[in-house]
Design a protein. Structure first.
Length: 513
DNA sequence: AGTGCAGTTGACTTT
DNA sequence: TAAAGTCAACTGCAC
């Protein structure tokens, strides 16, 4: 039998057929192209993985299978260890080249990619790893990063190539249970796949996002007024570049009045890559406090009563509980409230960020290590670069949900309590509680503590760790490596003693809303 | 019509 | 992406 060695395109978190450099490169070789998705059980067993994420990815893969079938060869799916699957394909068909996008994942996928790299080298198989977003591998310095981001995003996207059909079993996409994933009830989960992504993008730019800048802050409005593209970026069913180019097109010829929203959206696309770059440059961010002075500051919270109540949404702070429950039921939460959830866990409750970080990772359909772990450390005050930001769970509720609409929906025990008591049921008059059918520590808990006193303690702990001569030097080094050059924050080379003023835009250095 | 004053607003600092 | 505190300028109002 004459073997025709294959150009294998390994799809990872890039489950789309368009703007896919690895697919285009493979097709350009003229060889038969095998589009491959490897479902790795060990990856889905990790503590940051969940059923909702897998199901979303599986829907993306199913849509990709259809898109590729239309091009000539459907997606081939195999279950198992990546090296084992590739080795089996190599034995059966011969692999002439492996094509896969560079990607920034967690420590497990980082190690997995190194194993695959070692294997292809040993086999003499050429490996091609093109870029797919604004993240730069082996980046020597952050200088000029923003400029190269725009250059990459402005470059034209690859169109999907025609594929020759192969006589290879396409395999089936397994369900979550067969991978050993526990049941993960998420009735409001978003739907995966490039068509769903395109519909969200088009709808957002056509007018749904008109009030984006104001609407993103409150969970009452954010579910409708944000783009909701995050899970698609995480699975790759839409590329950041495809979104950026659609946004630029909307600025040129989209509906009038959308300009502020689209401009904000574009800046967030850049931030998406900015945060991923941090993890790409320093993968240890997943497990290690960025600033040495903050290591070991807080106890591991896993298994504690405080952690359990935080994770279940029964802290007794109604707005916080509502946010946690809404996240569990939908797989999504707006940025501000994500920060509040992490801030309360690591601030008021004084827990180390790792267990809360893993809990949130599993609840996020859009979990992406490159966004999540840099954000987790920032929101916990572990980077040492940013100021301590403790969110007041009651004040946020009064600001973002003044009339209690959101709390009523997600904390139905309190639904009949009128605002403003719904924000502070522990302080409500007994007859108001009675009339609303609320029994404190009966059907809704008293708060886990006095949030103002807890915040004072947290502030003292976090600011206390910042005193000491070694603190500033280490913080400066972190800013130099990871900070945005647009931020207006102190740069090495600033004159000592020069005013380090932060203008309102400079405060926005790490501002996502 | 000017004055005193309590309360508000916004800019800025500190934690 | 915070919140609380300080301070000065401002406002509305009574007299």
């Amino acid at each position: 039998m004459i073997r025709r060695p294959l150009a294998v395109v390994w799809f990872k978190r890039d489950l789309r057929a368009t703007d896919h450099a690895a697919l285009a490169l493979a097709a350009a070789t003229g060889r038969d192209v095998l589009p491959l998705w490897i479902v790795e059980p060990a990856l889905w067993q990790l503590h940051d993985a969940s059923g909702r994420q897998y199901e979303f990815h599986a829907e993306c893969a199913a849509a990709l299978r259809d898109d590729l079938a239309a091009l000539g060869q459907p997606l081939v799916v195999r279950v198992g260890d990546a090296v084992a699957v590739l080795a089996a394909l190599h034995r059966a068909h011969g692999i002439a080249g492996l094509f896969a996008h560079q990607e920034t994942g967690n420590l497990w996928t980082y190690a997995r990619d190194r194993r695959v790299r070692a294997w292809v080298r040993a086999q003499g198989i050429p490996l091609h790893e093109p870029r797919q977003n604004g993240v730069v591998r082996a980046l020597p310095s952050r200088d000029g990063w923003a400029r190269q981001w725009e250059r990459f995003m402005r470059a034209s996207c690859d169109v999907a190539p025609a594929l020759r059909p192969l006589a290879i079993d396409a395999g089936t996409i397994p369900d979550a249970a067969s991978l050993g994933l526990p049941p993960d009830l998420c009735p409001g989960r978003q739907t995966g796949g490039a068509p769903a992504a395109r519909a969200l993008l088009d709808g957002f730019l056509a007018g749904r996002g008109r009030d984006y800048r104001r609407g993103m802050s409150s969970p009452v409005t954010a579910f409708d007024q944000c783009s909701r593209l995050s899970p698609h970026f995480a699975a790759g069913s839409l590329s950041v570049r495809q979104a950026a180019q659609a946004a630029w097109a909307a600025l040129d010829r989209g509906p009038p009045g959308m300009r502020p929203a689209v401009t904000s959206f574009l800046s967030r696309l850049a931030w998406h890559c900015h945060f991923t770059q941090k993890l790409e440059s320093e993968p240890g961010i997943e497990t290690r406090d960025l600033h040495p002075a903050l290591r070991g500051l807080r106890p591991d919270g896993a298994g504690t009563e405080a952690f359990r109540r935080w994770a279940e949404g029964t802290t007794g702070w109604p707005f916080l509980d509502g946010c946690m429950r809404a996240l569990a039921a939908t797989g999504w939460m707006n940025f501000r409230m994500r920060a509040m959830l992490m801030s309360v866990a690591t601030g008021h409750l004084g827990l180390d960020w790792r267990a809360p970080g893993l809990h949130l990772a599993r609840l996020f359909t859009d979990y992406d290590a490159g966004i999540h772990w840099p954000q987790t450390q920032m929101q916990s005050g572990s980077t040492g670069v940013n100021t301590v930001r403790l969110y007041n769970p009651v004040k946020q509720g009064l600001d973002q949900d003044a009339d209690g609409t959101f709390i009523r929906r997600w904390v139905p025990e309190l639904a009949r309590l009128p605002a403003p008591h719904i924000h502070t049921p522990w302080a409500a008059p007994p007859d108001a509680l009675h009339d609303a059918g609320v029994r404190l520590d009966g059907n809704y808990p008293r708060p886990i503590g006095d949030h103002e006193a807890l915040a004072r303690t947290a502030r003292a702990t976090l600011w206390g760790a910042r005193r000491g001569p070694a603190y500033r030097a280490a913080a400066d080094a972190i800013q130099q490596q990871h900070g945005s050059r647009r931020s207006g924050m102190k740069q090495v080379g600033d004159r000592p003693g020069a005013a380090r003023r932060r203008t309102p835009t400079a405060q926005g250095a790490l501002e996502l809303e």
